[in-house]
Ligand binder design. Structure first.
Ligand code: CA
Ligand code: CA
Length: 185
């Protein structure tokens, strides 16, 4: 039998190296894709968690009075003695939450919420024009409360509520999906 007709079995070293490189590149691409899918899933779950966290604080705020009893509010925020560390136990009107900035988020008693390391929750209150919702430096009879939760990835989710002086309840403003939806609570 001549050399030219000899049958060759197996792969050469060069073929083996090239095959390994191709498999390696394909594996890295697959892992990158899986990593991207997992990161997107985590972000999606965190957005939902952020919304629920913001809804929880909005619900707490909605249980408060429009203003401090027996006094005229000149500065939005907690009254003297109401702000005790991160505790909100003494808060009794909706603008007491103005300036709240907890990282991680805390319960009403001031204790840090578990499983929220790296998260931040903030609240702001402002007098607003009831039609334009533009801020006002003086009392208008309406306060817009904004609660914003920021995830560890830096994404922010906000919820707003409008408190009206003398109203029996608050109005919830939902900006979900880019649409403004106003409903009575
Ligand atoms: Ca107060
Ligand atoms: Ca206050």
């Amino acid at each position: 039998m001549t050399t030219a007709r000899r049958v060759r079995f197996g792969f050469s070293l060069v073929e083996t190296v090239i095959s390994a490189l191709i498999v390696g590149v394909a594996l890295v691409a697959a892992l990158n894709t899986l990593g991207g899918v997992e990161a997107a899933r985590v972000r999606s779950v965190d957005r939902v968690r952020a919304g629920l966290l913001a809804d929880g604080l909005i619900a707490e705020i909605c249980g408060q009075a429009y203003e401090e009893s027996g006094t005229t509010t000149l500065v939005l925020g907690p009254e003297a003695g109401e702000k005790i560390g991160t505790s909100r136990a003494a808060f009794d009107d909706v603008d007491d939450y103005n300036g709240l900035n907890d990282k991680p988020p805390c319960g009403r008693d001031g204790s840090a919420m578990g499983d929220y390391s790296g998260w931040r929750i903030q609240a702001a209150a402002a007098w607003v024009n009831p039609v334009s919702l533009n801020n006002s430096l003086t009392e208008t009879g309406y306060k817009l409360i904004t609660v914003t939760v920021t995830t560890p990835a830096g994404e922010s989710v906000s919820r707003l509520t409008l408190s009206a002086k003398g109203a029996s309840g608050l109005i919830k403003i939902d900006l979900g999906g880019g649409k403004l939806v106003i409903s009575a609570l």
